[in-house]
Design a protein around this ligand. Structure first.
Ligand code: NAP
Length: 307
């Protein structure tokens, strides 16, 4: 049976990725949009999720493409109306707000899928397989992009719960927590907050695993020119480099994987499978690491951010 899906929040990611990926995925179709500002020709439109759920348009699932600060309430509403729910990353503005959502999905027999799009990048699973059983010596993450290019006009990103530079940085952490053989935890952090923002614009975070593996992440939201989304792992078999946000993998400079981007196709395929099998998929490890960086991080004030 085809899953009838509604998109909530018709912003950048809904347009750039969700709509094309849904169109290409067997077993799911877009039947409605809930958006305060925009509509899509040929698709039923509602001003809010509330109005959509109260309508006679039949919907099985909703994909929440709104900012994290408003997502918990929308997810709770959709689950209480008996819908399956897909959450854009990060899954929420806090870690603990996910607990009642997971419980509601389980109690109602519905799917809750907290997506991590970077985990569907083509080199991530090969990297995980390569690292299993190896001796790891050190990990460095460089995740540096230009906020003005990738998040134009998105004021929510600078508000409490918007995560600032951790909005892209959590993508790196979603890969890290997938590919490493053992869990890591935060041991220290330095967070740079613009004087007019409630979220950091740059961060340096140190992590370790129980065996003492050193992991360092450098996040920057003001990188112009070439953008950097790289993870390097020093291993007993050489230097493994996962670059371009997880699209490429090399060992000591020799390519192992170079494949076209297909992250959102992977997300929707997995969502259809989860619904079909009555399962949920909620991994909060990346969000927990961000929360811990905020808990432990030393903060310094830097120049105001002007769009
Ligand atoms: P965006 O362009 O600002 O779009 C978010 C949309 O949510 C808005 O267009 C608006 O849609 C709705 N919205 C905004 N504020 C709202 C509020 N207070 N209450 C209800 N609805 C509200 O942001 P985006 O880049 O699409 O990001 C959305 C989520 O996707 C974020 O969590 C982000 O981390 C994630 N994401 C973004 C990217 C990216 O490259 N931009 C990549 C992957 C994941 P309507 O006007 O239609 O109501």
């Amino acid at each position: 049976m085809t899953v009838r899906l509604a998109l909530v929040g018709l912003g950048k990611i809904a347009r750039d990725q969700h709509i094309p990926a849904i169109a290409k995925t067997p077993g799911i179709e877009l039947v409605a949009i809930a958006s305060r500002n925009a509509a899509l020709e040929g698709v039923a439109h509602f001003d809010s999720l509330d109005a959509l759920l109260g309508s006679d348009v039949a919907v099985d699932a909703v994909a929440l493409c709104t900012p994290p600060q408003v997502r918990r309430a929308q997810a709770a509403l959709a689950l209480s109306a008996g819908k399956h729910v897909l959450l854009e990353k990060p899954p929420g503005a806090t870690v603990a707000e996910l607990t009642p959502l997971v419980a509601a999905a389980a109690a109602g027999g519905h799917t809750l899928f907290a997506t991590w799009h970077s985990r569907f990048a083509p080199a991530v699973e090969p990297a995980r397989a390569f690292l299993a059983g190896r001796t790891l010596r050190a990990v460095t993450i460089e995740w540096k992009e230009d906020v003005r290019v990738w998040h134009p006009g998105q004021s929510w990103i600078w508000e409490p719960g918007g995560l600032g530079v951790f909005d892209p940085g959590i993508n790196a952490l979603s890969i890290l927590t997938r590919i490493l053989p053992h869990p890591v935890f935060v041991t220290g952090a330095e967070l740079a907050f613009p004087s007019n923002c409630a979220a950091p614009i740059a961060a340096e975070i140190d992590f370790a695993d129980a065996g003492g593996l050193p992991v360092r992440a450098e996040l920057d939201f003001l990188q112009t020119g070439p953008q950097t989304w790289d993870i390097r792992v020093e291993t007993d078999a050489g230097l493994l480099t996962l670059s371009s946000g997880g699209a490429r993998l090399s060992l000591d400079g020799a390519p192992l994987v170079e494949a076209p981007e297909a992250e959102y196709a992977g997300i929707y395929k997995h969502f259809v499978e989860l619904i079909g099998s009555g399962a949920s998929d909620v991994d909060l490890a990346p969000l927990q690491l961000v929360a811990d960086a905020f808990l432990l991080g030393r903060r310094r004030e830097v120049a105001a951010f002007v769009e």
